[in-house]
Design a protein around this ligand. Structure first.
Ligand code: AMP
Ligand code: MG
Length: 413
């Protein structure tokens, strides 16, 4: 049996980054970009108006007041998308819309609400300063500028930026194809009403959702019986994936055959059993070069093991640098006792209070109690050597989502 830290080191040391592939930008959200993006054009491409109003020469507005407006001749209308045809001369103005190109000769915009047009005549009631409401060519992005660096995970804003630079495709680390295999004679498919003695395979679904959550492409394979030949066949049929995740059949029971089959198929078994709860009987290795995570069958164990080991692995092979969940300190809402020697991951709900965060257990902690995960937003992580946490004591919690930082009220501060 090895420690969680050692297991994680072995897993990450055995990871190989996935190659780059060209993909349409919309499919690249969340992926890590494998190239530097240098702007091939200015954004915006030309000086343009930030407002609906009138383009004019600011010097001509000097001295304008509400009582004594200054008058301009409107010589042209410039909607967005049209090129101005006329150069402005003294005392002239052009009607202009937001986003339209500034005509030659103009150096300011008077907003529509600060002027009054009657036919072709414009009355301006206040002076405007030079450059008012003009957006300059290249003020967002300058041609030649490095806009997105290689190694950046792409957000919606990056996708928009790529579009505005005219990049339809981008090179990113490709998403891993992940085979998900449930093993167990007691399992039936979700479409079947389970007969006596059987249960529905839920692990494949929670695992597939977890894979999607970290950018992978899951394939749920059909349920495999606890028979060596069946397991061998199923593993063989999954070898075209980047990663295989199985659940169940890795413990010490008579029908726990996954490890044996892994060995018989020439697996390089890196480790079996990790000093943690839930999730002790975890096997990691590879079959014909394809990494294989043999996760335990209990629904909570399978999810928690995925969180600790598979998630960082999948993120790493996609080129992510930040591969671990955020951990914070929280006050334990209750006394917790545990046995020494094994690291614990207890399902908890963490709430913000005025001065700190408080972590409460989400009920019974059995590894078959999936509900404890359903209501959890965090895991309380207790080191192997710890045996007792007093109520009010600080504990480390690993946040499983960002619900702690979400609120129903908007604050601009
Ligand atoms: P095992 O590790 O195969 O001994 O399974 C441990 C427990 O997890 C047993 O109670 C199984 O019935 C349950 N289990 C195993 N695989 C699944 C699955 N895919 N979905 C739901 N429960 C499972
Ligand atoms: Mg089983």
């Amino acid at each position: 049996m090895i420690t969680v830290e050692k297991a994680l080191n072995i897993i990450l040391a055995n990871s190989r980054q996935l190659e780059l592939e060209k993909t349409v930008i919309l499919h690249a959200k969340g992926c890590v970009i494998g190239e530097n993006i240098i702007a091939g054009r200015n954004i915006p491409p030309a000086d343009n108006s930030a407002m609906d109003g009138y383009a004019l020469r600011c010097a001509d507005t000097r001295g304008a007041t509400g009582k004594n407006p200054l008058f301009f001749k409107i010589i042209e209308e410039i909607p967005a998308g049209k090129i101005p045809r006329k150069k402005l001369k003294k005392g002239e103005a052009s009607r202009i819309m937001t986003g339209a190109v500034i005509p030659d000769g103009a150096d300011a915009i008077v907003r529509q609400e600060d002027a009054r047009a009657t036919g072709k005549t414009l009355a301006v009631h206040a002076p405007v300063k030079k450059n008012t409401d003009i957006r300059f060519a290249g003020e967002d992005v300058r041609k030649g500028e490095l806009v997105i660096s290689k190694g950046t995970p792409l957000t919606a804003a990056h996708i928009g930026m790529l579009a505005s630079l005219g990049k339809k495709n981008v090179r990113v680390h490709r998403r891993p194809r992940v085979a998900i295999m449930a093993t167990g004679n007691e399992l039936v498919d979700i479409k079947t009403e389970p007969p006596p003695g059987k249960i529905v395979n839920s692990n494949s679904y929670s695992l597939a959702a977890q894979v999607l959550d970290c950018g992978g492409i899951p394939t749920i394979m059909s349920i495999t019986k606890d028979r060596k030949s069946a397991l061998q066949k199923k593993f063989t049929s999954a070898l075209h994936h980047d990663v295989i995740i199985s659940s169940g059949g890795v413990s010490v029971g008579d029908y726990d055959l996954v490890k044996d089959v892994m060995k018989e198929m020439g697996n390089t078994m890196r480790f079996w059993r990790v000093a943690m709860r839930p999730g002790k009987p975890l096997a990691f290795g590879s079959i014909k070069g394809v990494p294989l995570f043999g996760l335990p069958g209990n629904p909570v164990s399978s999810m928690v093991s995925f969180e600790q080991f598979v998630r960082p692995y999948l993120l790493k092979i996609q080129g992510h640098k930040n591969i671990f969940r955020r951990t914070i300190k929280a006050v334990s809402a209750q006394q917790i006792e545990k046995s020494a020697g094994v690291k614990h991951f207890l399902r908890a709900f963490v709430k913000k209070t005025k001065n700190s965060c408080v972590a409460s257990l989400t009920g019974a902690q059995g590894s078959g109690i999936l509900k404890s995960m359903v209501v959890a937003n965090a895991l309380i992580v207790l080191d192997a050597k710890e045996t007792k946490i007093k109520k009010g004591e600080k504990v480390t919690v690993q946040l499983l989502d960002d619900s702690l930082f979400k609120t129903d009220s908007y604050s601009s501060s």
